[in-house]
Design a protein around this ligand. Structure first.
Ligand SMILES: [Zn+2]
Length: 266
């Protein structure tokens, strides 16, 4: 079985010492391709560099996370436009709104989000979307831009049925993480997963965050890695009543289609 992790923060400091080993371990666990999430301009450029060293296996997104929106100005737009034009960049983002942490003022978040949706439309690449506690504003902005976007994924979906219906209504894909494997806060997702059409389902670890809580034996480190993607997949498949093989085939095909990925290297 072959898996694709559509969201791994592999440029994160916690991978500094053993990044190559992490990528190799993932491959040994059947995670044949990974998309490196870009959260700022510097980080996105680093992601592209990393992907360049692993052609066919790693890809990158380029964008500014809402946490960093306060430091993103109009003078940065040409740089982001250049990053989005790179062949190894397969999506614009991660971008969106986060009113849970509110690390950037909301008007700055909204402005950065709109700019990135415009650049995504211009680039013809899908959007990698982040939303937390900001659904009303988020969906209103997306509705305005959706017709010009080729597609997108609501990454790390953890919300409820109304939000899911809104995303599906906008023909977005749904990214599921190990949040599902946390019985304290992921139980509601189990029932919702059956409502995600097979052609909209994507898997991601969001490594190094969101280590699945039910991995046994518990890893020594709290750091999540792409090699745990099949563990998340097993929970997704069980919740949907799919076989693991079905889950691998459909989520990999979905990732290839949305992000335009080539076949993985042999
Ligand atoms: Zn996110």
């Amino acid at each position: 079985m072959q898996w694709i992790d559509i969201g791994a923060n592999l440029t994160h400091d916690s991978f500094e010492r053993d990044r190559e080993a992490v990528i190799e371990r993932a491959r040994r666990h059947g995670v044949v391709q990974m998309i490196v999430t870009g959260a700022s301009l510097v980080d996105s450029a680093a992601g592209v560099e990393l992907a360049r060293g692993h052609e066919g296996t790693l890809f990158a997104t380029a964008g500014v996370h809402p946490h960093h929106a306060a430091h993103f100005s109009a003078t940065d737009l040409p740089q982001l436009r250049r990053l989005l034009a790179q062949p190894l960049v397969v999506a614009a983002g991660e971008c969106g709104l986060d009113y849970y942490r509110d690390l950037s003022p909301r008007d700055a978040q909204l402005r950065a989000f709109e700019w990135q949706l415009q650049l995504a439309a211009e680039s013809g690449k899908p959007v990698f979307l982040h939303q937390r506690d900001a659904h009303q504003d988020f969906i209103a902005v997306l509705r305005e831009h959706r017709a010009r976007l080729v597609g997108g994924v609501a990454h790390c979906f953890t919300a409820g049925a109304p939000e899911l219906e809104d995303y599906l209504g906008l023909e977005l894909s749904i990214g599921i993480t190990g949040w599902l494997c946390d019985e304290r806060r992921g139980a509601h997702l189990e029932a919702l997963l059956a409502r995600v059409p097979a052609d909209r389902l994507l898997l991601e670890t969001d490594a190094p965050y969101l280590l699945p809580r039910d991995i046994a034996p518990k890893p020594k480190s709290r750091r999540n890695e792409p090699m745990y993607l099949p563990h998340v997949a097993a929970a997704v498949a069980a919740a949907r009543g799919d076989s693991l093989e079905q889950c691998a085939a459909c989520t990999s095909a979905n990732a290839r289609r949305l992000f335009g990925l080539p076949a993985p290297p042999p």
